[in-house]
Ligand binder design. Structure first.
Ligand code: HEC
Ligand SMILES: [Cu+2]
Length: 316
């Protein structure tokens, strides 16, 4: 029987598209190579010394052949580019209904937080058929989140959020690796992604009772780090309310110049760690930096909280 796996298991919808590009390119390159060698062999045989062939008028140019070759190559190149671009785009842009989860890489493990508040180490449980978006960051050096069966790999960087998404298409357990050398125990920075039927997944989520969600934990931290003291209305410091800030374009001020930026996760994170870099127009740069005081997982929770108050009305 055929038991020689050329490629890893296929566990996500994107894996098919990824493999399609891979096999298409392989097929074209291999057939061009064979064609080249076959033509060479034929010409070597046909024109070798002892052959009686007419050698009186060797052709110089064949414009038609050249046009055909150029147009053909261009067509193949453009076709490959288009297929690659379409698949790349689909693999880069998560659908709107994606379930968002958070990953923190550190020497040498993966910590995963579910929006409902459950967290796990070196394990990621996801429901079958549901697009999942991972927002990832690192607490120390560069890591890389790699699930071969899903054909997804994304660097995980300190001080930045990177994203990736996939849609699991088959229940099972799939390898998870760190694919960026990150120190002594890099090779132990491995784990499992478990794809479960949605009902099973719900049962798994509620195992051990449901604790506070990420946003609720974030709200506690928001109070604990005294963010609330300034941001929920203060007598001494005028600070902007954070309700609805997420996903909006915020006016910032540098000297006399006002410019706008999108309030995404990156912006909120930098506002907490480097508040002086981006100061909201019309406010004094009075916010202290929390650099080194809040760890990556807590930052994610605070961000989850600020995102969760997006739709509520601002409370004066
Ligand atoms: C001493 C008061 C003070 C504290 C404490 C404080 N902030 Fe701020 N914050 C401000 C002020 C003032 C601004 C507006 C000026 C600026 O952008 O630096 C601001 C701006 C922000 C912004 C950008 C808001 C916008 O409308 O674009 C975010 C996000 C933010 N703070 C989050 C936090 C979080 C989270 C904490 C707690 C970890 C916190 N702040 C603690 C005073 C404070
Ligand atoms: Cu690593």
């Amino acid at each position: 029987m055929w038991n020689f796996p050329l490629l890893p298991d296929i566990g996500s919808t994107g894996a098919y598209e990824n493999d399609l590009v891979f096999w298409l390119e392989t097929a074209i390159v291999v057939s061009l190579t064979f064609f080249g060698f076959a033509l060479m062999a034929f010409l070597v045989y046909r024109y070798h010394r002892g052959q009686k062939v007419d050698r009186s008028h060797p052709p110089h140019h064949n414009y038609n052949l050249e046009y055909v070759l150029m147009a053909g190559m261009l067509a193949v190149g453009v076709m490959l580019f288009m297929v690659g671009a379409v698949v790349f785009y689909r693999l880069s842009v998560p659908p709107d209904n994606a379930l968002e989860m958070y990953v923190v890489g550190k020497q040498w493990m993966w910590k995963v937080e579910h929006p409902g508040g459950k967290s796990e180490i070196n394990e990621l449980h996801v429901p079958l058929g549901q697009p999942v978006k991972l927002m990832m960051t690192s607490q120390d050096v560069i890591h890389s989140f790699y699930v071969p069966a899903f054909r997804v790999k994304q660097d995980v960087l300190p001080g930045r959020y990177t994203h990736m998404w996939f849609q699991p298409s088959k229940p099972g357990r799939y390898h998870l690796f760190c694919a960026e050398y990150c120190g002594t125990s890099h090779s132990n920075m491995i784990g499992w992604v478990t794809v479960m039927e949605p009902a099973e997944y719900d049962a798994w989520l509620s195992q051990g009772g449901r604790g506070p969600s990420m946003a609720e934990q974030g709200e506690q931290l928001f109070v604990q780090y005294h963010c609330a003291g300034c941001h929920r209305g203060s007598q001494t410091v005028r600070a902007p309310h954070l309700e609805g800030v997420y996903g909006k374009s915020v006016p910032l001020q540098r000297g006399n110049e006002v410019y706008f930026t999108m309030a995404d996760e990156r912006y909120i994170r930098d506002s907490i760690l480097m508040p002086k870099n981006e100061v909201v127009a019309g406010y004094e740069p009075l916010m202290p930096s929390f650099q080194g005081q809040i760890n990556e997982s807590d930052l994610l929770k605070i961000i989850a909280y600020i995102k969760s108050i997006g739709n509520k009305e601002a409370t004066p």
